[in-house]
Design a protein. Structure first.
Ligand code: SAM
Length: 319
């Protein structure tokens, strides 16, 4: 798909470039905030799986930059934003970057070190594995990433804090809801307007972190496993016990963002083309600096080059 055609078919892609966001995902976080006011009172944030950085940009623009430009704000009062990803990303004002794997236990330690032992008010995670198109498989891998994020949350989030995580809706959604509900008093699954209806993506908005009494981080997996098995029913009240039949869990599901706003599944005319003018597509704000497909592109280029060389040789030998 050409850039102009993508601009037409994906209004959020076009708007992201116009407003200086590195990715259209920025609108998802903004629309979640419109509904849940997630930034209120937030001073320390962790952005898990942050590259190329549009969520970090939102955090910087909403939290760091306003504080920085306020004459009363001392440096020690500036919000702290720590962003983690497997991939490096270009710098963003007020965002500390850590290149690392969120499934690695040491990642939590690195974050805590940046916060000087203090805990975070908000953890966001937009992590996604490479999607295969096999929904069960994608949902499973995604849930593993959320559990890794939840492990970090149990180490770095303060009691009362919030956690926002990308999820893939599927047959285990109720289980995931119950697992999150063990740790947060309010859990809502939200679908921002900028997330396509055709996509199984949604976001878990978890409010008021309140781990079970006597909870120790090392018991996390034991606790989560229990909730998925009938043997765990009596111990936990999400705590609804076995999740089917009369105990079926009803998950609060909310569409968010201005419902009269842009529909991510619709095509919109390009700004000038309706008046007969010429539309110029903008370049991406910040292309990834070391995307995982970079080596593949280089190999493909090298292979093409090799084939061309061979073709040239065989042409020469025919002469
Ligand atoms: N929120 C980002 C933004 O607004 O620009 C987009 C995130 S992108 C959809 C998903 C990211 O998850 C990718 O950059 C990928 O490298 C990262 N990711 C996937 N698995 C990860 C892991 N185990 N540890 C850290 N990052 C991971």
């Amino acid at each position: 798909m050409g850039k102009a055609s993508k601009d037409k078919r994906d209004i959020y892609y076009r708007k992201a470039k116009e407003e200086g966001w590195r990715a259209r995902s920025a609108f998802k976080l903004l629309q979640i905030d419109e509904e849940f006011n997630i930034f209120e009172g937030v001073k320390r944030v962790v952005d898990l799986c942050a590259a190329p950085g549009s969520w970090s940009q939102v955090l910087s623009r909403r939290l760091y930059l306003p504080a920085k430009s306020s004459p009363d704000c001392r440096d020690s009062d500036l919000p702290l934003i720590v962003a983690i990803d497997l991939q490096p990303m270009a710098p963003i004002d007020g965002v500390i970057q850590v290149q690392g794997d969120i499934t690695n236990a040491r990642t939590a330690e690195v974050v805590i070190r940046h916060f000087d032992g203090c805990k975070a008010d908000l953890v966001v995670c937009d992590g996604a594995p490479d999607v295969t198109g096999l929904h069960d498989m994608d949902e499973f891998v995604q849930s593993q990433l959320i559990l890794a994020a939840l492990t970090i949350v149990t180490h770095v989030l303060r009691v009362g804090g919030k956690f926002i995580a990308k999820i893939f809706r599927g047959k285990d959604t109720s289980l995931l809801y119950c697992q999150l509900k063990l740790f947060f008093s309010h859990v809502t699954f939200a679908k921002p307007k900028s997330s396509r209806n055709s996509s199984i993506e949604a976001f878990a908005v978890c409010e008021n972190y309140s781990p079970p009494e006597g909870f120790s981080e090392k018991d996390l997996y034991h606790l989560l496993e229990k909730i998925g098995s009938p043997s765990g029913v009596e111990d936990l009240d999400c705590r609804s016990g076995w999740l089917e039949g009369p105990n079926k869990v009803y998950i609060p599901f909310l569409a968010c963002g201005d419902l009269n706003g842009y529909d991510s599944d619709r095509s919109y005319p390009l700004p000038h083309s309706s008046e007969g003018g010429c539309y110029k597509s903008l370049d991406p704000v910040q292309p990834p600096i070391a995307p995982p497909y970079k080596t593949a592109l280089e190999l493909k280029k090298a292979a093409n080059h090799g084939i061309l060389e061979i073709d040239k040789l065989s042409l020469n030998s025919d002469e």
